[in-house]
Design a protein around this ligand. Sequence first.
Ligand code: HEC
Length: 101
Amino acid sequence: MILCAPLSLPAGTLPKPMSDVAELENFVIQDCGSCHGLALKGGLGPPLRPENLDHLPEAAIAAIIREGIPGTAMPPWKPLLTPADIEWISHQLKTGKLVSP
Ligand code: HEC
């Protein structure tokens, strides 16, 4: 499993906006993918392909990414991602643009 490198940033590091789409895409594949699978088909965490996320509206996905799921391995990402990054990722997960069919 790929280690979540950004998690080792010193405490208090401010979220840096990942305005670069390629950088964000890479982040989702590498960092989310380290638990959810590189094709987001699941691993330690559940699959995150559009057909798996019917039960979650985009806003709920954003809330999960922001706050994590307490008591599980799903960490909160708000120290690392801006609200805009989180919205972008939620939208990509819902539409499946990051994964091939
Ligand atoms: C350290 C492992 C880990 C990483 C990294 C991780 N997740 Fe998770 N994630 C989990 C686990 C485990 C769950 C399931 C928790 C549970 O039991 O409900 C989960 C659940 C979720 C869910 C809810 C899925 C559902 O069907 O209920 C979403 C959405 C999600 N993660 C998105 C992300 C995104 C986006 C990223 C990257 C920013 C990410 N996760 C990174 C472990 C991880």
